[in-house]
Write a protein that binds this ligand. Structure first.
Ligand SMILES: *Cc1c(COP(=O)(O)O)cnc(C)c1O
Length: 383
């Protein structure tokens, strides 16, 4: 399928080519100087004491939960309107996900009220997701978490560079987890980053990243160490140097690319206002978004599959973010769904549509997508 407008289009150019080539010439392919530099730069960019590079955001979520002490038998609250990795990470720890609804049909983030409604005496931690890049209400959520002694992990996969009250998304809670998967705001192909201000948590996570070992291959190569001990049941969640080199090139462009995304979303909003049947979440959202996704809410009863098929026939790729996790077979079979209390989540799950969004999108392409969407809605006679 040759899309006239794809859902996303990663910006990879000369800087990325050179970065990758220089790693190949150096012959050091994993967890070396580039990984260390990406950690330093990412921590400085977002204002965090520690940044730990990993091979995915899923790994970051898993280690963040272990880092804050989540154990088998604990409950961890998270949204159901998110990528399945958010809840899977809880289950990797032997803990149980408890799903919180999102705030409203306008605000697709969890809120203090929706979290509080489902917290149990077994709850050890909360995972919040900054949906589409729009920051959750972190001041209220942190006040609530502190009053109950709950740890907070931010799934910031959509939100590198987002901030609220001058503080970056991913630096409010105990840990912030970022994704550098191919379709995210900055990419390393596969990759992730974990932020924390807590020295003890960082130390544990750094060890768990590499099998629980006390020294790295690089330290031994440099003659800093001869042997190692294993202190924890760790994992291989390391980042490769090729990925880190890509990440350095991408991080250098992130601010400008997020601004380009913002202009795209604003143009979308201007056009889509004119379609009364449609609504767009987050238009009144406080703070600065990273504008990862362009979600719209289709009218009730709209045949979403037909709208998507019509748009596909016109060369426009769309997607659905997200089918609620509590409706997936594996979650229903595990007794974790479907959750009757997830009223807004399930409504959004039926009516959400994600439109194309990427920094290099032209105004013409946005205008075209809006026209095609309007025609698709007309065709299903709901506009
Ligand atoms: C992409 C994504 C993840 C997983 O990221 P990976 O780097 O692919 O593991 C987790 N949570 C959310 C909300 C995501 O969008």
């Amino acid at each position: 399928m040759q899309w006239r407008v794809p859902l996303f289009d990663p910006d990879l150019g000369e800087a990325e080519k050179q970065a990758v080539t220089s790693v190949i010439c150096s012959k050091w392919l994993t967890m070396g100087d580039r990984t260390a530099e990406l950690e330093t730069r990412f921590a400085a960019f977002l204002g965090s004491r520690h940044a730990v590079a990993l091979n995915s955001c899923t790994a970051a979520l898993h280690l963040a939960l272990l880092g804050v002490g989540v154990e088998p038998g604990d409950d961890v609250v998270c949204p159901s309107l998110t990528f399945v990795a958010t809840a899977n990470a809880i289950r990797y720890c032997g803990a149980q996900p408890v799903f919180a609804d999102v705030a409203s049909l306008d605000n697709w983030n969890v809120s203090r009220a929706t979290l509080e409604a489902v917290v149990t005496p077994q709850t050890k931690a909360l995972i919040v997701v900054h949906y589409a890049g729009f920051p959750c209400d972190m001041p209220a959520i942190m006040t609530f978490a502190q009053s109950r002694g709950l740890a907070v992990v931010e799934d910031s996969a959509h939100a590198p560079g987002a901030c609220l009250d001058g503080k970056a998304a991913g630096t409010w809670g105990d840990c912030g987890c970022f994704s550098f998967f191919s379709n995210k705001n900055m990419t390393t192909g596969e990759g992730g980053m974990l932020l924390t201000d807590q020295d003890a948590v960082a130390e544990r996570i750094i060890r768990l990243r590499s099998h629980g070992m006390t020294t790295l291959t690089l330290d031994r190569y440099k003659g800093h160490a001869f042997s190692y001990d294993v202190l924890d049941l760790g994992y291989n969640y390391r980042m490769g140097e090729l990925n880190a080199a890509l990440g350095l090139a991408q991080l250098a462009q992130l601010t400008i690319r997020n601004q380009q995304r913002r202009l795209c979303v604003e143009r979308y909003w201007q056009h889509l206002f004119a379609i009364p049947a449609l609504s767009m979440p987050f238009q009144q959202a406080p703070g600065q978004s990273a504008y990862h996704l362009m979600p719209v809410l289709l009218p009730p009863g709209c045949e979403r599959q037909r709208v998507m098929a019509t748009m596909q026939a016109a060369g426009v790729q769309t997607s659905i973010h997200y089918r609620p996790i509590d409706t997936f077979t594996a979650y229903v079979e595990a007794g974790l769904g479907p959750g009757q209390h997830l009223v807004h989540t399930h409504e959004i799950g039926k009516r959400a549509l994600t439109l194309p969004l990427y920094p290099s999108m032209s105004p013409k392409q946005i205008d075209y997508v809006c026209r095609v969407l309007r025609e698709a809605l007309d065709e299903t006679r709901v506009a």
